[in-house]
Design a protein around this ligand. Structure first.
Ligand code: FCB
Length: 455
């Protein structure tokens, strides 16, 4: 698989189906279909004694989040979780990927809130009672604000505190999980939030970016150690990846795409699976790495039971030479989702094959997130989402045919929710949420998914 060639994406078809062209029976026996959400995006952090998170603080700063919206109520899942789990059971999904909020379980990042832990205990039992496999993510971005004020992901104390949070969660629900990943999308936690400043805490600059890129990797490693010590089954990782394409057919742009690939796609998976960081990225990162980072790689590198890829889009890179990293992103020609993200399912195929070939080998792969934002209104079928998911399911099938050990596919998201810096403006759900009444209305894609799973 090493010589697998990077294909150039075809223009996605614009025909709008109301059914999936694939069926569950096209996938290998035991393939796990699931859907995902995350704590801060759905639960309602005003409830149950949850602590202030860095997203609450970020949203208060003018200009950071659409209409300064926050997750105080979100989808009120904290009170409506039973109704939400019934939906997942009734559509016929096998598993549900949820996350545990650090600030709910430990409002200041350190002190236990028993009510918070009880919530996840009920949730896991509720899943098992409904025959749904619980897939947990320990950290999906709601850092307790108290820890953020003490340096957050820029300081080593945060990965250490995360190991203690892992311990508390593992003791309580670790025995009943199907699988678990410590950190959702390490690249977003680190680079997007501390270099680009687009997510909480909104920091910028190479030094902040680099420090967080190491500390988040360390958090993964320390958390895996704790999970293993408790014998929690199915320990893995969920990393976001983008399909890197040179903007023009030149050596310079190919080098730009390669470097982007290093920072975005290879940094974490290489550290986790080989215990090294990519040389091309270290070239720019080395001067800013925290002291003693080399010694940490041994702890970041630990065998995983599965590896998850979150995939949404491709990215086009153009060389620019005035400052490292030497690239800028440029818009591309493919049809786009409501996020403005190009639709490029072949990128998923490429990333699954490359990840297996170069890093994870025979370790089972999961698509841990895949989906699109669409300006949905109740009463109009979200045929765009059916087409999007269909194209990506087919890309997953092609990857399987070419040898990728893909074991499951998770759609983002169960329902419309708080889309971070975009507030409630972007709808990723297969179930529509009216944020005034909290009424849930399954969309056409949800019904079509149910039919696909029964075929
Ligand atoms: C991913 C995040 C998820 C959601 C989707 C659209 O990067 O993990 O919380 O925001 O994008």
């Amino acid at each position: 698989m090493k010589d697998y060639q990077q294909p150039s994406p075809d223009l996605a078809s614009e025909t709008a189906p109301t059914e999936f062209s694939v069926a569950r029976s096209d996938f290998p026996e035991g393939f796990v279909f699931s859907t995902a959400t995350s704590a801060y995006q759905i639960e309602g952090h005003a409830f149950g004694g949850a602590g202030e998170t860095h997203w609450d603080a970020f949203a208060r700063q003018p200009g950071k989040v659409h209409l300064q919206q926050h997750g105080a109520v979100a989808c009120d899942h904290y009170h409506r979780w039973e109704e939400d789990l019934d939906l997942i059971r009734d559509v016929g999904l096998d598993a549900y990927r949820f996350s545990t909020s650090w600030a709910r379980v430990m409002p200041d990042g350190v002190t236990l809130n028993p009510e918070g832990l009880d919530f996840y205990d009920r949730l896991v039992d509720g899943l098992l009672q409904r025959g749904i496999k619980p897939m947990a993510t320990l950290y999906h971005w709601e850092l307790p604000q108290a820890l953020s004020e003490k340096g957050g992901w820029l300081v080593r104390k945060t990965p250490e505190a995360f190991a203690r949070f892992t311990d508390v969660v593992a003791r309580r629900i670790g025995d009943r999980l199907h699988n678990v990943a410590p950190v959702n999308e390490p690249w977003c936690v680190a680079w997007l939030s501390h270099y680009h400043g687009a997510h909480a805490p909104g920091l910028t600059g190479l030094e902040n970016g680099v420090r967080s890129m190491h500390n988040v990797a360390l958090a993964h490693g320390l958390s895996v150690e704790v999970l293993r010590a408790h014998g929690v089954p199915g320990v893995g990782a969920a990393c976001n990846m983008e399909f890197p394409l040179p903007a023009r057919d030149t050596d310079e742009d190919r080098a730009a795409a390669r470097l982007y690939d290093g920072i975005y796609n290879r940094w974490f998976v290489q550290a986790m699976t080989r215990g090294t960081y990519p040389e091309d990225v270290l070239e720019g990162f080395a001067p800013h790495m925290p002291e003693g980072w080399e010694k940490d790689l041994e702890r970041i590198h630990a065998p995983l039971d599965w590896f998850g890829v979150n995939y949404y889009t491709c990215q086009r890179l153009q060389a620019q030479s005035d400052r490292w990293p030497y690239y800028s992103t440029v818009p591309g020609p493919l049809p786009k989702t409501d996020m403005g993200w190009e639709i490029a399912p072949e990128g998923l195929e490429w990333l699954l094959l490359r990840t297996a070939a170069d890093f994870t080998g025979d370790t089972p792969l999961y698509v841990t997130e895949s989906g699109m934002a669409n300006p949905d209104v109740p009463g109009r079928a979200d045929v765009e989402r059916i087409a999007y998911l269909d194209g990506h399911f087919r890309a997953g099938l092609r990857a399987i045919e070419r040898g990728a050990p893909l074991a499951g596919y998770t759609v983002w998201s169960l329902m419309d929710n708080y889309e971070w810096a975009f507030g409630y403006d972007k709808r990723f759900g297969m179930v529509h949420v009216d944020f005034d009444s909290q009424r849930r209305t399954p969309k056409a894609s949800w019904h079509a998914l149910g039919r696909m799973l029964r075929r």
